[in-house]
Write a protein that binds this ligand. Sequence first.
Ligand code: MG
Length: 183
Amino acid sequence: MDHQIILIDMDGPLADFDGTFLKEWKRRYPEEPHIPLRNRREFYPRDDYPKRLRSKVESIYLDQKFYPKIPPVEEGLAAIREMVDLGISVFICTTPLSIYAYCVLEKYQWVEKYLGYGFTKKLILTRDKTLVRGDMLIDDKPEITGIQKPVWEHIIYDFPYNRHITGNRRIVRWKNWRKILGI
Ligand SMILES: [Mg+2]
């Protein structure tokens, strides 16, 4: 196999951001309605919930110590380790929250905790993933745009809110990643 560069998004494929959001939402605002993951239709939780709840929704993930609560997607970590063993260059490519006060540091700490300090050097934080080169980007965001035409193939990491995208190859709970990567 040719040398490959695989970019992997963090929230969704590797870190259970939406599951943790839902859990925290129900804990903090039990009186408010919640949207189970299977019913999520919008990529951003703030767009899925009624407008009147926007500041409450954002209060969940803008909080310090939100990120450390997020458990890893174990199958994703296992896939990374296997890719690295196969000689693939793996980078985590993630967009920090606009209000970045806590999430930037906490994302680094999260990677160190679950993948080891060495892997913090494989972390790319950017608002524009089209600027990053690689063979594939595994990402749950339905459409990824930026100032460049991306050189990578966008492999969709399956979530209910991206199922309207039908033209891309798709990884479902990491079960079929080897097949997608041609391994
Ligand atoms: Mg994501």
